[in-house]
Design a protein around this ligand. Structure first.
Ligand SMILES: [Zn+2]
Length: 313
């Protein structure tokens, strides 16, 4: 496993690039195992002329400014150092994205991870929360001696590695998944019977009908009216259902033609398997149907009315 950490400079000029100033990494043979090898290189910035406030405060920013290595050189060395290791980890979800962003900028091949584990999420899960915890807090919590300064990429990668013995296999497994899926995976979802609705005269009538929108928490049975549907594919719609007491669930509405041009529906709260989460993820990126009579719509309508009125005055 490769644990990666980056320091970068966010530019506010025309080029939207978080320009990497240092790459630090350590190699473990497994999470919790000993550190086998380290990588560290400072990169001279060539895109942004000015350093932002955070970058200016980096303890070793001078080493970057004085470096004679550019990003392409360091990146090629880093990939060679990674070799056949394809399992990456980092504290937080940004580093691999930023590495990819910089590789794109220089028209270099993307980094080759097979899996990316967010160690910060794994640590949060161990404490039973989804809040982001700063690395120094985690180090303090695990009583790891603070022997190096923070915000040096190699030191931060090292600290992250020293936290891995503390993480369970289950938390590490969950932390390789997209973070938004966790709120469904962490909620125990009992199997609940679906419910038939309809028939309705049209697709939009079926989507707007109170009976189709009446979702129930599968744990306590509390009713929550769905305000909008995400379209997945022909006749399948998804929505998030949130019970304050029991958490988030995925609600699915399946519509099939019911004769005479009408539609019949089936509403259920399926167990969040990997394939369901995948489909739901795609649906969330697609079209949204705002339900007529939904609370959000009503608010929007009121706002529009007000706008109309103001225009008349
Ligand atoms: Zn509930």
């Amino acid at each position: 496993m490769i644990i990666l950490d980056l320091e970068w400079n966010r530019g506010y000029d025309k080029t939207p690039l978080d320009e990497i100033l240092q790459i630090g990494a350590v190699r473990l043979d497994r999470p919790g195992g000993p550190i086998l090898d380290t990588f560290c290189a400072f990169i001279r910035p060539r895109v942004h002329k000015k350093l932002n406030r955070t970058a200016k405060l980096l303890p070793e920013v001078k080493a970057s400014l004085a470096s004679d290595l550019d990003f392409p050189t360091v990146y090629r060395r880093f990939l060679a150092w990674c070799g056949q290791d394809r399992d990456f980890a980092a504290w937080g979800a940004d580093d691999l994205d930023i590495l990819r962003q910089n590789a794109d900028h220089w028209r270099l091949p993307p980094p080759p991870p097979r899996s990316v584990t967010d160690l910060q999420t794994a640590f949060s899960l161990m404490l039973g929360t989804l809040q982001n915890i700063a690395l120094w807090r985690a180090v303090e919590y695990c009583r790891i001696p603070e022997s190096f300064t923070y915000h040096n990429a190699l030191n931060d990668a090292m600290y992250s590695a020293l936290i891995t013995p503390w993480l369970s296999r289950e938390s590490l497994e969950l932390a390789t998944r997209p973070r938004w899926t966790l709120r469904y995976l962490l909620t125990p979802c009992p199997v609940s019977p679906g419910r038939e609705t309809g028939p309705y005269s049209s697709l939009s009538a079926a989507l707007n009908a109170k009976a189709s929108r009446r979702g129930r928490c599968p744990v306590c049975g509390a009713v929550f009216f769905i305000q909008s549907w995400c379209f997945y594919q022909e006749g399948t719609y998804y929505a998030d259902l949130h019970c304050r007491r029991h958490g988030h669930f995925i609600c699915r509405l399946t519509l099939v033609p019911g004769g005479k041009g009408g539609w019949r529906g089936r509403l259920d709260v399926p167990v969040p398997t990997s394939s369901l989460l995948h489909d739901f993820g795609l649906a969330q990126q697609g079209e949204t149907h705002l339900c007529r009579g939904g609370r959000r719509n009503r608010r929007r309508r009121r706002r529009n009315n007000r706008k109309d009125r103001n225009n008349h005055e």
